[in-house]
Design a binder for this molecule. Structure first.
Ligand code: SF4
Ligand code: SF4
Length: 222
């Protein structure tokens, strides 16, 4: 799933500026699962904004709503009759949400309330960890299901750098070196020679470096 973190309140307050009435809009997709922008977080953010503005002597009216998804025009359409009721809409979806909203309603302002961070999953209660960088050409079958693009700090594809020490990455003592994990697993299973395979250079044109991407289902291309 897409993982996100709520922005600092001061940044959200700055974006909202002097608006008198806003909508805080959540999403029931990924941001609900990672506790960043679902119905519960919408309620919390709405309360914090109201309290902060009341303290400033500049009260704000905040309405709350949570769409099934903000990355789908069908659900975005549900705001058609009400979006003009607000000075601005604060979206708690990942970065896709406010962009779909802006495209659907060009005469309204949409502010992002979260920082979209990575594709990952829960590794413990309340802790999410990066697993994929969306490179567009998956190669983890070479590495026993571990991704050196997303999980090596240098995205090295051919073995550990000189900074790998005692299973940890040189960037921080609490970051596992994914190359240590890959080599250990291959060694334990007697398949270390797998890593000697000569592979073609990775084609980065399928990653974000190749420009904005599209995914078109085969049946639509016929
Ligand atoms: S190789 Fe690319 S697509 Fe596969 S998990 Fe890593 S970043 Fe994601
Ligand atoms: S220490 Fe390991 S994870 Fe960190 S940059 Fe070097 S090879 Fe990558």
């Amino acid at each position: 799933m897409i993982v996100a973190d709520r922005k600092p309140i001061n940044e959200i307050l700055w974006m909202v500026g002097d608006c008198k009435k806003i909508l805080v809009l959540g999403c029931k997709g990924c941001v609900t699962v990672c506790n960043a922008g679902g119905m519960k977080e919408v309620g919390i953010l709405a309360s914090i904004l109201k309290i902060a503005r009341k303290k400033e002597g500049n009260p704000i009216e905040v309405e709350e709503k949570t769409l099934e998804r903000q990355c789908d025009p069908e659900y975005v359409e549900q705001l058609r009759d009400t979006y003009k009721n607000y000075d601005a809409v604060v979206s708690m979806a990942c970065g896709v949400g406010p962009q779909f909203l802006s495209a659907a309603y060009p005469d309204q302002k949409f502010f992002p309330a979260v920082n979209t961070t990575f594709f990952g999953g829960a590794v413990a209660h309340g802790i999410w960890s990066e697993r994929c960088a969306g490179c567009g050409t998956c190669i983890i079958h070479y590495f026993d299901g571990m991704c050196p693009i997303a999980r090596c700090s240098k995205s090295i594809q051919h073995g550990p750098c000189g900074g790998s020490s005692k299973g940890k990455c040189e960037i921080a003592p609490d970051v596992d070196c994914i190359w240590d994990m890959i080599v250990r697993k291959k060694t334990e299973q007697g398949r270390l020679d797998d890593l000697l395979m000569v592979r073609a250079a990775k084609d980065w044109r399928t990653s974000a470096h190749g420009g904005p991407r599209k995914s078109i289902r085969e049946e639509l291309t016929k």
